[in-house]
Design a protein around this ligand. Structure first.
Ligand code: TPP
Ligand code: DXP
Ligand code: MG
Length: 641
């Protein structure tokens, strides 16, 4: 525990309008205090630290110069928005970040008028800002639109689609490119090298060499004071960039930590811009906090930590994470088959492919934040005779859906999808929940869709995917630690479309798809104490379904319950369809399907999220009791009251 920092200027700021009363010197001090407050808050909550620290000066300058919330300030991804939240009336709740009932870890429209557009996924800000700008032009909400987008987010196709459209429309719009030469990992790709070339190496252009573009928008030397303006202009290259070719006025690069550059530049640009402007700001991720600056990920995301030492309070783990198990299983398979490749979209650490890349550097591809490209690229690799494993979080795979359908499924290409972060992920909340992948994959002809019930099963599913050459195959697994189950020597290839019996019982059967299995077994124990012994089976496959197993369960039990960590339309829906088609309901089978609710579940600890989704052991027990016509304890309590 550390003392709260002293913040005399910040204490005078409730809303951005208060910044208008501060001098430039006070704004500089405000930035220092805001940085200290951000570090202090994240030390008690954990969360995304480095990106926010890198935009502290930018946050102060943008709010000081523009008129938010009338002007729409849109943070790309939103993981850098904590300083923005502190300045926009949410300081009193900043130490509840990402906790149940607390502030969200990203921008969120429902939370504040200062969050005009919610985020969590990357590279949406320019499109959204252009939408606001065009709405304004057509008589909608007034005010400027400002997108702040990172160099990592700039690697996604959507950003270029938006620039292309904005340049064509030619309307007043501000894009601040926050270039810190970092994504979560070091950024990759030719665009990243291009941005670096804009400010590294070559001499800055002479002002007289600028024939068009943004020069008219630079602060007037006479008004700003000759010395300061000259110094600022020395640090700028103006014109001649790709962005200019796309119809933007390009200004930069600017030192994004130097308020003496930022403030006059933003003031002048705001006063003079009459079309789309891109301001290229150079910053440091983790700026001003030594442990973050020194970390390999520049403090991208941290657990709670000690402010003085930077030491994080990481929970002791009892079992390896699913991600680590996947990575090791893939390395093992790849050691035997040199056609196995790994593909990640800017998440080498999160997906475990960093370990794979260390072992097989030429066989691993980080394509940047480009999930759509990753999927079609893998389709091409598969068509070319290779065995690509595309490791993408469930939530980000949503981006690549048409590519999954059109490039992979229609052509029946054997792309392997490692769908990490399946189910509810916790503090990142609804934008990051892996709720839909079973539904959107299992409806595709020819796709094989598996879910691991535990980390040993995951090893078998990696082996199964490696062996499956006749079409696309996906396996899903959750964020976090495994169950601690005994691990197999190596992966066994599973028979496609076959589940497994876990425990025989009678009366009611529970068919689990994924890691709810352990909750099912806990519920079974409790039910046995009440004289009910459910049969429990692990489906393993949502597609193809194990028809024999399902129809046998239906035949031999009065009731059948499915459970999964996914939305309606997934495993349970497919089982219901099969049972209906086979006439099981006509014969009196009682059926229930336990799925995620038809709602976006708010951020909280994962267990709490599953509680509010009614998918924990207690809820399974209650479901069994209700389907068997036995009143649950909870219901009895309610009746008596
Ligand atoms: C579509 C999508 N893919 C992946 C991610 C995961 N992600 C979050 S932040 C980030 C890096 C962003 O880098 P950059 O835009 O440069 O911002 P910085 O963190 O450097 O400030 C990534 C890959 C995401 N949020 N959205
Ligand atoms: C902002 C973002 O999208 C990522 O940083 C995400 O929060 C990572 O999630 P994991 O912690 O599950 O890797
Ligand atoms: Mg970056």
């Amino acid at each position: 525990m550390t003392d709260r920092p002293k913040t005399p200027i910040l204490d005078r700021v409730s809303l951005p309008s208060d910044l208008k009363t501060l001098t430039d010197a006070q704004l500089r001090q405000l930035a220092d205090e805001l940085r200290a407050e951000t570090i202090s808050a994240v030390s008690v909550t954990g969360g995304h630290l480095g990106a926010g620290l890198g935009v502290v000066e930018l946050t102060v300058a943008l709010h000081a110069v523009f008129d938010t919330p009338r002007d729409k300030l849109i943070w790309d991804v939103g993981h850098q928005c904590y300083p923005h939240k502190i300045l926009t009336g949410r300081r009193d709740r900043i130490r509840t970040l990402r906790m149940g009932g607390g502030l969200a870890g990203f921008t969120k429209r429902a939370e504040s008028p200062y969050d005009p557009f919610g985020a969590g996924h990357s590279s949406t800000s320019i499109s959204a800002a252009l939408g606001f700008a065009m709405a304004r032009e057509l008589g909608g909400d007034p005010g400027d639109a400002i997108a702040v987008i990172g160099d990592g987010a700039m690697s996604a196709g959507m950003a270029y689609e938006a620039l292309n459209n904005a340049g064509h429309e030619g309307k007043r719009l501000f894009v601040v490119l926050n270039d810190n030469e970092m994504s979560i990992a070091p950024p990759v790709g030719a665009m990243s090298s291009y941005l670096t070339r804009l400010y590294a190496g070559g001499p800055f252009q002479e002002l007289k060499a600028v024939a068009k573009g943004a020069v008219g928008m630079l602060p007037d030397a006479l008004q700003e004071g000759a010395r300061r303006a000259k110094e600022m202009l020395k640090g700028m290259a103006v014109g001649g960039t790709l962005f200019e070719e796309l119809g933007f006025s390009y200004i930069g690069p600017v030192d994004g930590h130097d308020m003496e550059q930022l403030l006059p530049l933003l003031r002048t640009v705001r006063a003079r811009a009459d079309g789309p402007v891109l301001i290229h700001v150079v910053t440091k991720k983790g700026k001003g906090y030594a442990p973050a600056e020194a970390a390999a990920d520049k403090g991208h995301a941290t657990a709670k930590f000690d402010v003085i030492t930077g030491v994080q309070a990481k929970a002791k783990s009892n079992a390896p994470s699913y991600t680590a198990v996947f990575a090791q299983a893939l390395i093992d398979q790849a050691g035997r088959d040199d056609r196995i490749l790994g593909v990640t979209a800017a998440m080498p650490d999160g997906t475990g492919l960093k370990q794979f890349a260390q072992r097989f550097p030429r066989r691993c591809f980080d394509v940047g934040i480009a999930e759509q490209h990753a999927v079609t690229f893998a389709a091409g690799l598969a068509a070319g005779g290779m065995k690509p494993f595309v490791a993408i979080y469930s939530t980000f795979l949503q981006r690549g859906y048409d590519q999954i359908v059109h490039d992979v499924a229609v052509q029946n290409l054997p792309v392997r999808f490692a769908v990490d972060r399946a189910g509810l992920v916790g503090q990142d909340g609804p934008t990051h929940s892996g709720a839909y992948d079973t539904a959107f994959l299992a409806n595709l002809p020819g796709f094989v869709v598996m879910a691991a019930a535990d980390e040993a099963e995951l090893v078998h599913m990696v082996a199964t995917a490696a062996a499956h050459d006749s079409g696309p195959i996906a396996f899903r697994f959750p964020r976090g630690e495994g169950t601690g189950v005994e691990m197999p020597e190596g992966g066994q290839v599973l028979p496609i479309g076959k589940g497994r019996m876990i425990a025989e019982g009678k009366g009611v059967a529970i068919l689990s798809f994924g890691t709810r299995l352990s909750e099912v077994m806990t519920a079974r124990e409790a039910l046995m104490a009440r004289g009910i012994t459910p049969t429990v089976a692990d489906a393993r496959f949502a597609k193809p379904l194990d028809r024999d197993l399902i129809l046998a369960l239906a035949r031999d039990h009065e009731a059948l319950i499915t459970i999964e960590e996914g939305a309606v339309g997934g495993f349970g829906s497919h089982v219901a369809h099969l049972l209906a088609e086979e006439g099981a309901f006509d014969k009196g089978l009682r059926f229930r399907s336990m799925v995620l609710p038809d709602a976006f579940v708010d951020h909280d600890a994962p267990r709490a999220m599953y509680d509010s989704s009614c998918l924990n052991a207690q809820h399974i027990e209650d479901k069994v009791l209700s389907v068997m016509g036995v009143q649950s304890l909870a219901a009895r309590r309610t009746d008596r009251a």
